[in-house]
Design a protein around this ligand. Structure first.
Ligand code: SF4
Ligand code: SF4
Length: 356
Protein backbone atom coordinates (compact mmCIF):
# COMPACT_ATOMS: atom_id res chain seq x y z
CA UNK A 1 0.00 0.00 0.00
CA UNK A 2 1.09 3.58 -0.63
CA UNK A 3 0.92 5.88 2.40
CA UNK A 4 1.10 9.56 1.51
CA UNK A 5 2.04 11.29 4.74
CA UNK A 6 1.39 15.00 5.22
CA UNK A 7 4.25 16.27 7.38
CA UNK A 8 2.76 19.77 7.53
CA UNK A 9 0.25 21.97 5.73
CA UNK A 10 2.76 24.81 5.54
CA UNK A 11 4.50 25.69 2.31
CA UNK A 12 7.20 28.30 1.78
CA UNK A 13 5.95 29.03 -1.74
CA UNK A 14 2.64 30.32 -3.00
CA UNK A 15 2.34 28.82 -6.44
CA UNK A 16 -0.44 30.21 -8.57
CA UNK A 17 -2.38 26.96 -9.05
CA UNK A 18 -2.12 25.74 -5.47
CA UNK A 19 -2.10 28.83 -3.28
CA UNK A 20 0.59 27.65 -0.86
CA UNK A 21 -0.06 26.77 2.76
CA UNK A 22 -3.19 24.70 3.30
CA UNK A 23 -5.58 26.42 5.76
CA UNK A 24 -4.82 25.20 9.27
CA UNK A 25 -8.42 24.12 9.86
CA UNK A 26 -8.10 21.70 6.91
CA UNK A 27 -4.53 20.57 7.64
CA UNK A 28 -3.02 21.36 11.06
CA UNK A 29 0.53 22.65 10.69
CA UNK A 30 2.03 20.00 12.98
CA UNK A 31 1.58 16.23 13.25
CA UNK A 32 -0.88 15.51 16.06
CA UNK A 33 -0.55 11.75 16.28
CA UNK A 34 2.18 9.54 17.61
CA UNK A 35 4.44 7.94 14.98
CA UNK A 36 4.00 4.57 16.72
CA UNK A 37 0.30 4.85 15.92
CA UNK A 38 1.16 5.08 12.25
CA UNK A 39 3.56 2.18 12.61
CA UNK A 40 0.76 0.12 14.15
CA UNK A 41 -1.62 1.14 11.33
CA UNK A 42 0.88 -0.15 8.74
CA UNK A 43 1.73 -3.33 10.64
CA UNK A 44 1.90 -6.42 8.46
CA UNK A 45 2.19 -4.54 5.18
CA UNK A 46 5.28 -5.99 3.54
CA UNK A 47 4.90 -3.74 0.49
CA UNK A 48 4.55 -0.41 2.24
CA UNK A 49 5.59 2.69 0.33
CA UNK A 50 5.83 5.84 2.43
CA UNK A 51 5.71 9.16 0.56
CA UNK A 52 6.32 12.41 2.40
CA UNK A 53 4.02 15.21 1.31
CA UNK A 54 2.77 18.61 2.34
CA UNK A 55 2.69 21.64 2.28
CA UNK A 56 6.39 21.39 1.87
CA UNK A 57 7.52 18.21 3.66
CA UNK A 58 11.16 19.30 3.93
CA UNK A 59 10.06 22.07 6.30
CA UNK A 60 9.64 19.20 8.78
CA UNK A 61 12.80 17.31 7.96
CA UNK A 62 13.30 16.07 11.54
CA UNK A 63 9.94 14.31 11.53
CA UNK A 64 10.75 12.85 8.14
CA UNK A 65 13.98 11.43 9.54
CA UNK A 66 12.19 10.09 12.61
CA UNK A 67 9.61 8.36 10.42
CA UNK A 68 12.32 6.89 8.20
CA UNK A 69 13.95 5.48 11.33
CA UNK A 70 10.69 4.13 12.75
CA UNK A 71 8.43 2.91 9.96
CA UNK A 72 8.85 -0.43 8.23
CA UNK A 73 8.56 0.64 4.64
CA UNK A 74 9.93 -1.04 1.56
CA UNK A 75 10.33 2.31 -0.21
CA UNK A 76 10.53 5.93 0.83
CA UNK A 77 9.55 8.80 -1.46
CA UNK A 78 9.37 12.55 -1.07
CA UNK A 79 7.40 15.09 -3.09
CA UNK A 80 9.04 18.47 -2.67
CA UNK A 81 9.31 21.93 -4.19
CA UNK A 82 13.04 21.23 -4.24
CA UNK A 83 14.22 24.34 -2.45
CA UNK A 84 15.65 22.44 0.54
CA UNK A 85 16.84 19.30 -1.25
CA UNK A 86 20.45 19.71 -0.19
CA UNK A 87 19.43 19.96 3.45
CA UNK A 88 18.52 16.25 3.50
CA UNK A 89 21.44 14.51 5.23
CA UNK A 90 23.25 12.04 2.97
CA UNK A 91 22.30 9.12 5.19
CA UNK A 92 18.60 9.77 4.53
CA UNK A 93 19.01 10.95 0.95
CA UNK A 94 20.51 7.61 0.02
CA UNK A 95 17.49 5.80 1.50
CA UNK A 96 14.96 7.65 -0.64
CA UNK A 97 13.91 5.57 -3.63
CA UNK A 98 12.27 8.45 -5.45
CA UNK A 99 12.33 12.22 -5.13
CA UNK A 100 9.70 14.17 -7.04
CA UNK A 101 10.64 17.79 -7.57
CA UNK A 102 8.00 20.28 -8.66
CA UNK A 103 9.25 22.18 -11.69
CA UNK A 104 7.19 23.27 -14.67
CA UNK A 105 9.75 23.10 -17.47
CA UNK A 106 11.59 26.17 -18.76
CA UNK A 107 12.54 28.89 -16.30
CA UNK A 108 9.99 31.39 -17.59
CA UNK A 109 7.12 28.95 -17.11
CA UNK A 110 8.32 27.70 -13.72
CA UNK A 111 8.95 31.20 -12.36
CA UNK A 112 5.67 32.55 -13.70
CA UNK A 113 3.67 30.06 -11.63
CA UNK A 114 6.00 29.35 -8.72
CA UNK A 115 7.73 32.69 -8.15
CA UNK A 116 10.76 34.59 -9.40
CA UNK A 117 14.07 32.80 -8.99
CA UNK A 118 12.48 29.45 -8.07
CA UNK A 119 13.70 27.69 -11.22
CA UNK A 120 17.31 28.68 -10.60
CA UNK A 121 17.22 27.60 -6.96
CA UNK A 122 15.75 24.22 -7.89
CA UNK A 123 18.41 23.60 -10.53
CA UNK A 124 21.16 24.56 -8.06
CA UNK A 125 19.72 22.24 -5.43
CA UNK A 126 19.49 19.36 -7.90
CA UNK A 127 23.09 19.84 -8.93
CA UNK A 128 24.16 19.76 -5.28
CA UNK A 129 22.53 16.39 -4.59
CA UNK A 130 22.84 14.63 -7.93
CA UNK A 131 26.29 13.19 -7.22
CA UNK A 132 25.22 11.66 -3.93
CA UNK A 133 21.64 10.75 -4.74
CA UNK A 134 21.47 7.61 -6.88
CA UNK A 135 17.72 7.03 -6.68
CA UNK A 136 15.02 8.11 -9.10
CA UNK A 137 14.94 11.90 -9.51
CA UNK A 138 11.63 12.85 -11.06
CA UNK A 139 10.59 16.24 -12.40
CA UNK A 140 6.93 16.82 -11.70
CA UNK A 141 5.29 19.50 -13.77
CA UNK A 142 1.96 21.17 -13.48
CA UNK A 143 0.89 21.76 -17.06
CA UNK A 144 -1.08 24.91 -17.76
CA UNK A 145 -2.02 27.11 -20.69
CA UNK A 146 1.49 28.60 -20.69
CA UNK A 147 3.06 25.14 -21.16
CA UNK A 148 4.29 23.95 -24.49
CA UNK A 149 4.43 20.28 -23.54
CA UNK A 150 7.04 19.39 -26.16
CA UNK A 151 9.40 22.18 -25.15
CA UNK A 152 8.89 21.72 -21.40
CA UNK A 153 9.59 17.98 -21.56
CA UNK A 154 12.58 18.47 -23.87
CA UNK A 155 13.96 21.06 -21.51
CA UNK A 156 13.57 18.86 -18.44
CA UNK A 157 15.16 15.94 -20.28
CA UNK A 158 18.25 18.14 -20.64
CA UNK A 159 18.49 18.52 -16.83
CA UNK A 160 19.79 15.72 -14.58
CA UNK A 161 16.37 14.13 -14.00
CA UNK A 162 15.77 10.43 -14.50
CA UNK A 163 12.09 10.82 -15.26
CA UNK A 164 9.64 13.53 -16.23
CA UNK A 165 6.03 13.47 -15.11
CA UNK A 166 3.21 15.97 -15.33
CA UNK A 167 -0.38 16.64 -14.36
CA UNK A 168 -2.72 18.91 -16.24
CA UNK A 169 -3.99 21.77 -14.15
CA UNK A 170 -7.60 20.80 -14.72
CA UNK A 171 -10.81 20.08 -12.81
CA UNK A 172 -9.55 21.26 -9.40
CA UNK A 173 -8.37 24.48 -11.09
CA UNK A 174 -11.19 26.94 -11.75
CA UNK A 175 -12.34 26.63 -15.35
CA UNK A 176 -11.73 30.34 -15.86
CA UNK A 177 -8.02 29.81 -15.17
CA UNK A 178 -7.95 28.61 -18.80
CA UNK A 179 -8.78 31.00 -21.60
CA UNK A 180 -9.39 28.23 -24.13
CA UNK A 181 -8.70 24.73 -22.84
CA UNK A 182 -10.06 22.89 -25.89
CA UNK A 183 -8.12 25.13 -28.28
CA UNK A 184 -4.91 24.57 -26.30
CA UNK A 185 -5.46 20.80 -26.37
CA UNK A 186 -6.13 20.83 -30.10
CA UNK A 187 -3.35 23.17 -31.17
CA UNK A 188 -0.65 22.72 -28.56
CA UNK A 189 -1.00 19.77 -26.20
CA UNK A 190 -2.11 16.87 -28.39
CA UNK A 191 0.27 17.75 -31.26
CA UNK A 192 3.06 18.11 -28.67
CA UNK A 193 2.28 14.63 -27.30
CA UNK A 194 2.39 13.14 -30.81
CA UNK A 195 5.76 14.79 -31.42
CA UNK A 196 7.11 13.49 -28.11
CA UNK A 197 5.90 9.95 -28.80
CA UNK A 198 7.66 10.06 -32.17
CA UNK A 199 10.85 11.22 -30.49
CA UNK A 200 10.43 8.54 -27.82
CA UNK A 201 10.10 5.70 -30.35
CA UNK A 202 13.02 7.00 -32.43
CA UNK A 203 15.15 7.10 -29.33
CA UNK A 204 14.03 3.56 -28.48
CA UNK A 205 15.28 2.27 -31.83
CA UNK A 206 18.66 3.81 -30.98
CA UNK A 207 18.76 1.95 -27.68
CA UNK A 208 17.58 4.58 -25.19
CA UNK A 209 14.34 4.64 -23.20
CA UNK A 210 13.51 8.27 -22.49
CA UNK A 211 12.08 8.60 -18.98
CA UNK A 212 8.71 10.09 -19.88
CA UNK A 213 6.45 8.76 -17.13
CA UNK A 214 3.00 9.02 -18.76
CA UNK A 215 4.31 7.04 -21.76
CA UNK A 216 5.98 4.40 -19.62
CA UNK A 217 3.07 4.11 -17.20
CA UNK A 218 0.48 3.69 -19.95
CA UNK A 219 2.69 1.13 -21.64
CA UNK A 220 3.11 -0.74 -18.37
CA UNK A 221 -0.65 -1.04 -18.01
CA UNK A 222 -0.84 -2.44 -21.54
CA UNK A 223 1.77 -5.07 -20.74
CA UNK A 224 0.81 -5.82 -17.12
CA UNK A 225 -2.88 -4.89 -16.76
CA UNK A 226 -4.14 -3.36 -13.54
CA UNK A 227 -7.58 -2.20 -12.52
CA UNK A 228 -8.60 1.25 -11.28
CA UNK A 229 -6.95 4.65 -11.08
CA UNK A 230 -3.17 4.43 -11.56
CA UNK A 231 -2.50 6.65 -8.51
CA UNK A 232 -4.16 3.98 -6.37
CA UNK A 233 -6.50 6.43 -4.58
CA UNK A 234 -9.36 4.56 -2.97
CA UNK A 235 -7.83 1.27 -4.03
CA UNK A 236 -4.38 0.72 -2.54
CA UNK A 237 -3.20 4.19 -1.57
CA UNK A 238 -4.18 6.42 1.32
CA UNK A 239 -3.17 9.86 2.51
CA UNK A 240 -2.68 10.51 6.22
CA UNK A 241 -3.38 14.07 7.35
CA UNK A 242 -1.38 15.74 10.13
CA UNK A 243 -4.29 15.12 12.52
CA UNK A 244 -4.44 11.42 11.66
CA UNK A 245 -7.39 11.29 9.26
CA UNK A 246 -7.19 8.69 6.49
CA UNK A 247 -8.05 10.05 3.05
CA UNK A 248 -8.46 8.28 -0.27
CA UNK A 249 -6.77 11.13 -2.16
CA UNK A 250 -4.39 13.75 -0.76
CA UNK A 251 -6.20 16.54 -2.62
CA UNK A 252 -9.31 17.86 -0.96
CA UNK A 253 -9.02 16.87 2.69
CA UNK A 254 -12.28 18.77 3.21
CA UNK A 255 -14.46 16.55 0.98
CA UNK A 256 -16.55 14.04 2.91
CA UNK A 257 -16.38 11.19 0.33
CA UNK A 258 -12.63 11.42 0.64
CA UNK A 259 -12.43 11.08 4.40
CA UNK A 260 -12.44 7.35 5.06
CA UNK A 261 -11.46 7.04 8.72
CA UNK A 262 -8.78 7.80 11.28
CA UNK A 263 -5.51 6.20 12.28
CA UNK A 264 -6.83 5.69 15.76
CA UNK A 265 -9.33 2.92 15.18
CA UNK A 266 -8.34 1.21 11.96
CA UNK A 267 -5.57 -0.60 10.10
CA UNK A 268 -4.42 -0.35 6.50
CA UNK A 269 -6.40 -3.37 5.29
CA UNK A 270 -9.63 -1.49 6.08
CA UNK A 271 -8.84 0.83 3.18
CA UNK A 272 -8.21 -1.57 0.33
CA UNK A 273 -10.67 -1.12 -2.56
CA UNK A 274 -12.88 1.35 -0.69
CA UNK A 275 -13.77 3.93 -3.38
CA UNK A 276 -14.30 3.20 -7.05
CA UNK A 277 -14.54 5.37 -10.17
CA UNK A 278 -17.70 5.98 -12.17
CA UNK A 279 -19.17 2.93 -14.01
CA UNK A 280 -19.06 5.07 -17.18
CA UNK A 281 -15.26 4.87 -17.11
CA UNK A 282 -15.43 1.09 -17.12
CA UNK A 283 -17.20 1.20 -20.48
CA UNK A 284 -14.65 3.59 -21.96
CA UNK A 285 -12.41 2.18 -24.69
CA UNK A 286 -9.24 3.36 -22.94
CA UNK A 287 -10.24 2.26 -19.42
CA UNK A 288 -7.62 -0.48 -19.41
CA UNK A 289 -4.85 2.10 -19.72
CA UNK A 290 -6.52 5.08 -18.04
CA UNK A 291 -8.27 3.34 -15.17
CA UNK A 292 -10.52 6.38 -14.65
CA UNK A 293 -7.57 8.81 -14.53
CA UNK A 294 -8.21 10.56 -11.21
CA UNK A 295 -10.57 9.62 -8.40
CA UNK A 296 -10.92 13.22 -7.30
CA UNK A 297 -11.98 14.39 -10.78
CA UNK A 298 -14.29 11.40 -11.03
CA UNK A 299 -16.08 12.34 -7.80
CA UNK A 300 -15.93 16.12 -8.06
CA UNK A 301 -16.81 16.89 -11.65
CA UNK A 302 -16.02 20.52 -11.01
CA UNK A 303 -15.89 21.29 -14.74
CA UNK A 304 -19.18 19.45 -15.40
CA UNK A 305 -19.65 16.57 -17.86
CA UNK A 306 -18.47 18.57 -20.84
CA UNK A 307 -15.30 19.67 -19.07
CA UNK A 308 -14.67 16.11 -17.87
CA UNK A 309 -14.95 14.85 -21.44
CA UNK A 310 -12.58 17.56 -22.69
CA UNK A 311 -9.92 16.24 -20.33
CA UNK A 312 -10.69 12.68 -21.44
CA UNK A 313 -9.90 13.76 -25.01
CA UNK A 314 -6.29 14.34 -23.90
CA UNK A 315 -6.16 10.90 -22.29
CA UNK A 316 -7.55 9.17 -25.36
CA UNK A 317 -5.06 10.90 -27.63
CA UNK A 318 -2.18 9.85 -25.38
CA UNK A 319 -3.37 6.25 -25.15
CA UNK A 320 -3.93 5.93 -28.92
CA UNK A 321 -0.42 7.25 -29.54
CA UNK A 322 1.11 4.78 -27.07
CA UNK A 323 -0.88 1.92 -28.60
CA UNK A 324 0.83 2.74 -31.90
CA UNK A 325 4.21 3.07 -30.16
CA UNK A 326 3.72 -0.36 -28.60
CA UNK A 327 4.48 -1.90 -32.01
CA UNK A 328 7.95 -0.35 -31.88
CA UNK A 329 8.36 -1.62 -28.30
CA UNK A 330 7.50 -5.14 -29.49
CA UNK A 331 10.04 -4.81 -32.31
CA UNK A 332 12.90 -3.67 -30.06
CA UNK A 333 12.16 -6.53 -27.67
CA UNK A 334 11.96 -9.00 -30.55
CA UNK A 335 15.30 -7.76 -31.90
CA UNK A 336 16.94 -8.24 -28.50
CA UNK A 337 17.71 -4.54 -27.99
CA UNK A 338 15.58 -4.51 -24.82
CA UNK A 339 13.89 -6.96 -22.51
CA UNK A 340 10.25 -6.73 -21.51
CA UNK A 341 11.28 -5.97 -17.92
CA UNK A 342 13.05 -2.80 -19.09
CA UNK A 343 9.60 -1.30 -19.55
CA UNK A 344 8.30 -1.92 -16.04
CA UNK A 345 8.01 1.65 -14.86
CA UNK A 346 7.19 2.78 -12.27
CA UNK A 347 8.63 -0.22 -10.42
CA UNK A 348 6.29 0.55 -7.49
CA UNK A 349 3.69 3.22 -6.82
CA UNK A 350 6.06 6.16 -6.47
CA UNK A 351 3.19 8.73 -6.52
CA UNK A 352 3.50 9.50 -10.23
CA UNK A 353 -0.16 9.32 -11.19
CA UNK A 354 0.66 8.15 -14.74
CA UNK A 355 -2.28 9.75 -16.53
CA UNK A 356 -1.71 13.52 -16.78
S1 SF4 B 1 -10.64 8.59 -20.57
FE1 SF4 B 1 -12.18 9.54 -19.25
S2 SF4 B 1 -14.00 8.24 -19.41
FE2 SF4 B 1 -12.25 7.08 -20.20
S3 SF4 B 1 -11.56 5.86 -18.43
FE3 SF4 B 1 -10.36 7.77 -18.52
S4 SF4 B 1 -11.43 9.20 -17.16
FE4 SF4 B 1 -12.86 7.54 -17.62
S1 SF4 C 1 -4.71 11.52 -9.56
FE1 SF4 C 1 -6.53 12.42 -8.62
S2 SF4 C 1 -7.28 10.88 -7.16
FE2 SF4 C 1 -5.19 10.35 -7.68
S3 SF4 C 1 -3.96 11.30 -6.08
FE3 SF4 C 1 -4.04 12.76 -7.80
S4 SF4 C 1 -5.79 14.09 -7.33
FE4 SF4 C 1 -5.99 12.28 -6.04
Amino acid sequence: MLYIIFLTGICNLKCEYCGGTIPEEVMPFEIKYNIDQLKEFMKGDSNAVVAFYGGEPLLRINIMKEMMDTLNAKHFVVQTNGLFLSSIPEKYLSRLDAILVSIDGRSEVTDFYRGRGVYKTIVNEIEKVRDVYKGDLIARMVVTEKSDIYREVMHLLSLPFDHIHWQLNVVWAPENSWKDFNGWVRNMYNPGISKLVKLWTESLKKGRILGIVPFLGVLKRMIWPEDGVPCGAGRNAVAITTDGRVLACPIGGEFKWNELGTLENSIYTDYINRVDVSPLCKKCDVYRECGGRCLFANKERLWGEEGFNSVCATVKHLVYEIRKAKKVVDEVIESGLFELEDFRYPPFNNTTEIIP
